[in-house]
Structures are given as structure tokens and as C-alpha cells.
Design a binder for this molecule. Structure first.
Ligand SMILES: C[S@@+](CC[C@H](N)C(=O)[O-])C[C@H]1O[C@@H](n2cnc3c(N)ncnc32)[C@H](O)[C@@H]1O
Length: 433
């Protein structure tokens, strides 16, 4: 993109083309937002997220309406039509505006030879209405492999998971326990006219009735609260933190859980936060700075302990591994387009490798909490089972909690349409020498 006067839907089409080509929304949306005036940016974001969320349904419909697929260099017009179809099917916007603006955007994208096609396809889509979904991939708007995997893994819950993945996730806060009690901050929100309730399971969690910009949250910049899903907050309740402990957060960026750990136990001796991504690690420091917290940050492959470990074992380790992110699709609908079925086996290999490496730096008598934001057993309790088979003496702890399903080797939260994300936790202890 080079033209700063592109209409919003042309910018949206270019973002979706980038996602089709493998970029995540968090990579390609921020630069695209700069093409628009600040008051137009939320609408662009909503168009891009909404079109990704309903991509598999809309794409099936569009392909059935096209005589032949649009290929490069015209591929962007396919995405322009997807954006328009998203609005036709899921928004209140007037049809004539969607049609006229899409044709105009087609011209602005320098594709005047395709304006007739855009006009014709959208007119017939409007006239004929949405087709009945031909299969579950289209009905639930997920790739076929995900539908099949979820159906296989969760025979009683797969439809509920798919539906929850298409819902709008709530905005949830974690109150900084070093500054406020949850009740106090709820009262502060109430005074500010922001409707909110305490989360059911996370002790410092507050769920807002409607999302707001963070700068509208009282004392956000001063570190009163952070934005974090309730399921992610639960890590601190499992770590059994106590004063004097040395804690490792092995996959830390952007630092949500590092900060939650530091807030929940002020007397820790040291917190080491590792991430292999040089691009993501500064986000951890930004979060620590805003909350006025301190951790030792290390850029390293956590599995390569020789490269970073000083030989001092850790009392507590949080291992929040890289995963398919299949539990947070409602927050990141681009995962539906980006993730491949073939990603899961290599991810499981990385997860098991990280477990083994972290076990070697855990103190005898120490505790390791394994976490993913996945709902695939391959990355969750099956990793723990595989690990326990290899490591005689690792003790599985069954936490006394009210949330999630007991999987025999860890607990699984499925995404809840009105509260927390999908998440998995397992707690392991290393025997005393
Ligand atoms: C699920 S995210 C962590 C989220 C973070 N714990 C939080 O709550 O904000 C996984 C992180 O692991 C990092 N990562 C992946 N492989 C790693 C490795 N071998 N060593 C260290 N970090 C790794 C990624 O860069 C990514 O930031």
C-alpha cells in the first residue's frame, strides 16, 4: 500500500490479503490503521476481525458465486468482496452504501476492469440472501480440519467450542493486588460509570460489561490494572507462591503472567522472565514499567539451558508454552486462516522438549505449572502423560479448584461464551532429594 487516501474497505482488503499470505492481524493491522483517520480505525479493526471470524462461511459463498477464482494481481478484489459480504450478512449497514463503496474501492485499488464483477456479485448476493451452509466448516466458519479435530477430541462439546470461538470475547481486567483490592477497584469503576463484575474463579479478575479503551480505565497508566483474560490469570493460583522463592517464567512475552506473579506475591526473591523473541521481550519491560515491578529479562531459547542458566535451581516455574492458540480463537480469529493441521505435531515436540529442559532447572521439592491456550489434548494432557512416562518421580498435583474439566493429567477450560478463554493447566512437583 502506498496511497494514504485509500477508502477503508480497500485497506481492509489489503489486510485480509496479507493474512491469506500468512501474516497475523497483530502484524499487519497496526501499520494499516495508520492509513486512516483515528475516528475510522475502530471500524477498520471491526471489519478485519469480523471478516476473519466469518471467513470460512463467506469464502465458501463467494467462491460459489464466482465463475473462476480471482488470482494475483487481482486477488485483493476477492478480499474486497469478502469484506462487503461480511457487512451484507453481519452488519446493519445499508446495502446501497456497501455496494457503492465497494465499487469505488475497487477503482481506488486500480482495478477498474473488475468493478462490474464486484457490482454483479454483490447485487446477486443481496438479492438471493445467504445460502444454507453446506457443511459444518461453513456453518461454524472454521477450517475443515479444526472442525474434525474438535469433533474427535470433544464429542460432547465441539459445537459449543466452535460457537464460543465465534462470540465476542469480554474485556477482563486483573487488579494489581499491590495497589487495590478487587472490591475497591470495582467501586472506582462504578464511580466512573463503567459497569463491571468480579470474575468467578480468578481472585483479582474483573469483567467489564462492555469493552472500553484502556485509557478510560481509572489509573491504568499508573498501574492499577492490566487487561488479562480470567483463564490466563489462574496461573498464580496454581503456583503456590511464597516469600523468598526464585521463580522462572520460561516463555514470558508479552509478560501478562510475569506481572501477575509479581503482583500476587510481593516477597519473591527473584523472578526471571525468558523469551526467545527479541521483538516481543520489550513488551515485558513495558508492562513491568507501567506496573512498577521488576524481573530479570533474558532473551534465550529456554530449552537451551546452557545458554542462560546460572546453575541456581528455581522453586517455581511457569511454562506457558507456544501452542496452536486454539483456545483463544475468539480473540484472534485470524488463527482460523493461519494455523495448519500440520503445525500441531511439531508444536507438541517443542512443548515436550521445553518441559524436559525446565524440569532440569527445577529445585527438588519445587513446582512447575505447565500452561497452554489450546483446547487440543495433543498439546495438553497428552504432553503431561508423555512427560510423566519418561520422568519417574514427577508428581502430578490435582489442584483443588472449581473450574475446568479434570483430564486426569491437568485441567482443561473450554472457551466460555460469556467469560474465560480456553486454557489448559497442569501442576507437577519434583520429589525432594
Ligand atoms: C503463549 S506465549 C506467552 C504468553 C505470556 N506468558 C503471557 O502471559 O503474557 C509463548 C511465548 O513463548 C515464546 N517462546 C517460544 N518458544 C520459546 C523458547 N524455546 N524459549 C523461550 N521462549 C519461547 C514466544 O516468543 C512467545 O512469546
Amino acid at each position: 500500500m502506498s496511497d494514504h487516501n485509500l477508502p477503508m474497505r480497500a485497506v481492509a482488503a489489503s489486510v485480509l490479503l496479507a493474512v491469506e499470505n500468512g501474516e497475523s492481524l497483530s502484524q499487519c493491522l497496526p501499520p494499516a490503521l495508520q492509513y486512516l483517520a483515528p475516528n475510522e480505525r475502530p471500524a477498520l479493526q471491526a471489519l478485519c476481525y469480523g471478516t476473519c471470524r466469518w471467513f470460512h462461511r463467506l469464502d465458501t459463498e463467494l467462491n460459489s458465486r464466482l465463475k473462476k477464482p480471482l488470482k494475483n494481481p487481482d486477488r485483493i478484489v476477492h478480499h474486497l468482496m469478502l469484506v462487503a459480504l461480511f457487512q451484507l450478512r453481519f452488519s446493519q449497514q445499508a446495502t446501497y452504501a456497501i455496494l457503492n463503496e465497494s465499487v469505488e474501492a475497487c477503482r481506488a485499488l486500480d482495478k477498474p476492469h473488475l468493478t462490474g464483477l464486484v457490482n454483479g456479485i454483490l447485487r446477486s448476493a443481496e438479492r438471493e440472501g445467504a445460502p444454507e451452509p453446506a457443511n459444518d466448516s461453513s456453518r461454524f466458519s472454521h477450517p475443515v480440519w479444526m472442525v474434525e479435530k474438535l469433533r474427535h477430541n470433544w464429542p460432547d462439546n465441539w459445537q459449543a467450542i466452535l460457537e464460543a470461538n465465534n462470540a465476542q470475547a469480554p474485556m477482563t481486567l486483573r487488579v494489581n493486588a499491590l495497589r487495590f483490592s478487587r472490591d475497591n477497584y470495582l467501586a472506582v469503576l462504578n464511580e466512573a460509570g463503567i459497569e463491571a463484575t468480579a470474575t468467578a474463579f480468578a481472585p483479582y479478575g474483573i469483567q467489564l460489561s462492555r469493552p472500553v479503551q484502556v485509557d478510560q480505565l481509572p489509573w491504568f497508566a499508573e498501574g492499577a490494572v492490566s487487561v488479562q483474560d480470567e483463564a490466563a490469570q489462574l496461573c498464580t493460583t496454581l503456583l503456590d507462591l511464597a516469600p523468598g522463592q526464585r521463580v522462572l517464567d520460561a516463555c514470558a512475552a508479552p509478560g501478562g503472567k510475569t506481572c501477575a506473579i509479581l503482583e500476587s506475591q510481593a516477597g519473591l526473591a527473584e523472578v526471571v522472565a525468558i523469551d526467545e523473541s527479541a521483538a516481543r521481550l520489550p513488551r515485558v519491560q513495558e508492562n513491568l514499567d507501567r506496573l512498577d515491578l521488576h524481573a530479570e529479562l533474558v532473551q534465550a531459547d529456554a530449552a537451551d539451558t546452557e545458554s542462560w542458566w546460572d546453575g541456581q535451581p528455581f522453586d517455581r516455574i511457569l511454562l506457558d508454552v507456544p501452542c496452536s492458540a486454539s483456545g483463544v480463537i475468539r480473540r484472534h480469529p485470524d488463527i482460523k486462516l493461519l494455523r495448519r493441521e500440520t503445525d500441531v505435531v511439531p508444536l507438541a515436540g517443542i512443548q515436550l522438549g521445553l518441559m524436559e529442559a525446565m524440569w532440569s532447572v527445577l529445585k527438588p521439592g519445587g513446582r512447575l505449572v505447565y500452561a497452554t491456550c489450546s483446547v487440543f489434548p495433543q498439546e495438553n494432557h497428552r504432553i503431561i502423560r508423555r512427560f510423566l512416562k519418561q520422568k519417574n518421580g514427577a508428581t502430578l498435583i490435582a489442584p483443588d479448584v472449581q473450574w475446568g474439566f479434570d483430564m486426569g493429567a491437568g485441567r482443561q477450560l473450554l472457551p466460555d461464551p460469556v467469560s474465560h478463554d480456553g486454557f489448559f493447566y497442569a501442576v507437577l512437583e519434583k520429589p525432594e532429594l
